[in-house]
Design a protein around this ligand. Structure first.
Ligand code: NAP
Length: 324
């Protein structure tokens, strides 16, 4: 199974029934279903797997028991490849409607035309916005426990957040680091109870609750994380060489704005139960949408991708002239 997508027969200016924007689970699923509906399909994205590239073992996708995320991405890719769907490694900057079609502009390869679009662009990592965060990026500040945990073998680290990412990260890091400080701004967790229980049982994890990170200090590398208790105002300096910021994701506001996609107040693309956006023939799926916020799973993303392809197919069928 190769992970090098092929789009050798695709030329700028080519016309497609649907262009899928993104390359995460929602996009792969949309591509599979679009291919099975025999739509002329092009996928445009930059990172095969999207956020799944930052996951470790996945054990909540039915039928794939304890699969590594990297293996899952290979399987998704192989499944789409089986249907010869071209995947263009590029970034969609914008799309605009001209008559009955959309002109999709990419960053590097040019413009492509499509009757429908499926937006599956995912989300971006949220930042703490505290002093030292940008300065020590890659020198102790990380946004991906799964990617960087082994680098912190036998060192103390801080993990920030109270969701699944932070708790998964703390669990993984507890196997490498001498000590893990889990800093969370509340006492309650968004993470699934099973993982909270697991982390609480780890002898080298200390929970620092009702607290926020004020500053990250160091020299060449991170040395200290300054934490403030939000209830007492007490400030504590934690000796740590790494800080993993796992505090969730931001919606793709700019992408939505540029393309006149209607969003909710947070900036997630508004869709109905059939993944329809405010634009005719434009559908959206996965984490970038306002559907199922707070329950982002591979299963929910792939489900939405499938629905989006189905909706694109119905939209095209309802239009005169589709397929002659
Ligand atoms: P999340 O669920 O949105 O949780 C973010 C956490 O960070 C929350 O605890 C939040 O605190 C905290 N936070 C947000 N902004 C903050 C700030 N500025 N400063 C300090 N703390 C801040 O994000 P996530 O854990 O990355 O998960 C994202 C989605 O992916 C979720 O739907 C999650 O279920 C899913 N996911 C699933 C799995 C899995 O199923 N194994 C693994 C990873 C992620 P509050 O709680 O106080 O708001």
């Amino acid at each position: 199974m190769s992970l090098i997508p092929r789009a050798s027969n695709v030329r700028p200016g080519d016309k497609f029934d649907t262009i899928i924007v993104g390359l995460g689970p929602a996009a792969y699923s949309a591509a599979l279903y679009a291919a099975r509906y025999m739509l002329k399909t092009l996928v445009i994205g930059e990172t095969p797997g999207g956020q799944l590239t930052e996951a470790g073992e996945v054990d909540d996708y039915l039928g794939l028991i304890g699969v590594q995320a990297s293996e899952m991405i290979k399987l998704f890719n192989a499944h789409v490849e089986k249907y010869s769907v071209p995947i263009l490694m590029d970034r969609v900057e914008s799309f605009k409607r001209e008559g009955e079609e959309y002109i999709v502009k990419t960053k590097r390869k040019g413009e492509y035309r499509a009757s429908t679009i499926i937006v599956a662009v995912g989300t971006k990592r949220r930042k703490l916005n505290v002093p030292g965060e940008n300065e020590f990026l890659g020198r102790g500040v990380s946004y991906c426990s799964v990617c960087d945990a082994p680098l912190f073998k036998n060192r103390p680290v801080v993990v920030v957040g109270g969701g699944n990412s932070a708790l998964d990260g703390a669990e993984l890091l507890s196997r490498y680091a001498t000590k893990v400080y889990l800093v969370h701004r509340r006492e309650e967790f968004r993470a699934q109870p099973i993982i909270v229980k697991l982390v609480k049982e780890k002898p080298n994890v200390e929970f620092i609750l009702n607290s926020r990170v004020k500053e990250i200090r160091g020299d060449k590398l991170v040395r200290k994380v300054v934490v403030e208790n939000l209830k007492t105002g007490e400030v504590r300096e934690i000796e740590a060489n790494g800080i993993f910021v796992e505090i969730g994701f931001e919606p793709p506001k700019d992408f939505a704005e540029v393309n006149d996609l209607e969003t909710d107040e947070q900036g997630y693309i508004k869709v109905d139960e059939w993944t329809r956006t405010n634009l005719p023939g434009v559908f959206a799926a996965g984490d970038c949408t306002n559907m199922w916020i707070g329950f982002r799973q591979v299963a929910t993303s792939t489900a939405m991708g499938a629905v989006a392809a189905h909706s694109a197919y119905n939209y095209l069928n309802e239009r005169k002239g589709f397929r002659g």
